[in-house]
Design a protein around this ligand. Structure first.
Ligand code: CAO
Length: 285
């Protein structure tokens, strides 16, 4: 046992023994090493501190847990925070919302964000890439498939809007609602969960001011949205009430540097605040 511990560089005083009279077994050393690598947690008997119950994770929770743990360990994450002034966008959305609703489409803020993300990915193509398996080459994608994080009773799933650059605002809004609905009923086809280039995670209906989303590997960046709030913004002369949307962009620092990330959120904020672009999106229907 001591030889194995030495070979693996394990300090035996740190290992929990599961054998008779807490003797350390070979499996205990392996488990300890795997725990150090973040693959499993060390066994702790919580019942010694109070009443407990044990609940099995769903298959989706286990898979997304492994996926996020792997991404967190293998990608150097940095998060860039910014805000977009969506006062004009929200006024336009309120103006046309009923028209869309009459055609069975719920036009939410997220559809506008997906279009703005596609424009930012086109302007800054490094965000629409992946590292190859050797980590020495960048694979640039000439398609724009956007994943949307959806919370369901059985865990987090990320269905994908394929070819978002070719779709209208109404198409995207309709697809978000349909994908989210079918995700919750576990009715998504495997292809609808594959091929994403970039993910958007919207916590706008829940709360918070900002967060640090984990990149959906092998993608290289993810955008988190928190609830938009009215703020008094100084325009050089006076304070004006503006509706500000918090943006949290996590990116892979092996592929993207801080300046590019700041440009990306700046570009997003520019598109989301541009009245001409918003009206063009609406009238393109
Ligand atoms: N700020 C302010 N308002 C927002 C907003 C935001 N960030 N995001 C959405 N809204 C508004 C919408 O415009 C809509 O307004 P109206 O009622 O006036 O039309 C309202 O909030 C409700 O929107 P919604 O939640 O029904 O729809 P959506 O398209 O914004 O989101 C979906 C759909 C599936 C993404 C969402 O329901 C969901 O599941 N989010 C959870 C994502 C998640 O769990 N992420 C965690 C990942 S961990 O990294």
């Amino acid at each position: 046992m001591r030889k194995l511990a030495r070979q693996l560089g394990v300090n035996l005083t740190r290992v929990h023994g599961s054998g008779p009279r807490q003797r350390i077994l070979k499996e205990d050393i392996h488990r300890h090493v795997r725990a150090r690598l973040g693959e499993v947690s060390e066994a702790v008997d919580f019942s010694q501190y109070g009443d407990i119950e044990t609940v099995a994770l769903s298959k989706t929770e286990r898979l997304s847990g492994q996926h996020t743990a792997h991404a967190w360990r293998s990608i150097p994450h940095v998060t860039q925070f910014d805000q977009a002034d969506i006062t004009v966008l929200e006024a336009a959305r309120q103006r046309v919302k009923e028209q869309y609703a009459a055609q069975g489409c719920k036009l939410t803020l997220l559809a506008f964000v997906v279009k703005a993300v596609v424009a930012a990915l086109q302007a800054l193509p490094r965000f629409n890439s992946a590292l190859d398996a050797t980590g020495t080459q960048l694979i640039r994608k000439h398609y724009w498939h956007i994943g949307i994080a959806v919370e369901t009773a059985h865990g987090l799933v990320v269905p994908v809007i394929h070819d978002a650059e070719r779709k209208s605002l109404g198409d995207i809004a309709g697809e978000i609602a349909s994908l989210a609905d079918r995700a919750r009923q576990r009715k998504l086809a495997p292809a609808e969960l594959q091929g994403g280039c970039f993910t958007v995670s919207n916590l706008g209906h829940i709360g918070g001011t900002a967060f640090t989303p984990i990149i959906n590997a092998p993608e290289v960046a993810i955008l988190g949205l928190s609830p938009a709030r009215w703020q008094a913004v100084y325009n050089g002369e006076d304070f004006q009430p503006r509706l500000m949307l918090p943006l949290s962009l996590s990116y892979d620092h092996r592929v993207i540097d801080g300046a590019q990330a700041a440009r990306f959120t700046h570009q997003l904020a520019d598109s989301l605040g541009d009245q001409r672009l918003i009206e063009a999106l609406i009238s393109a229907e």
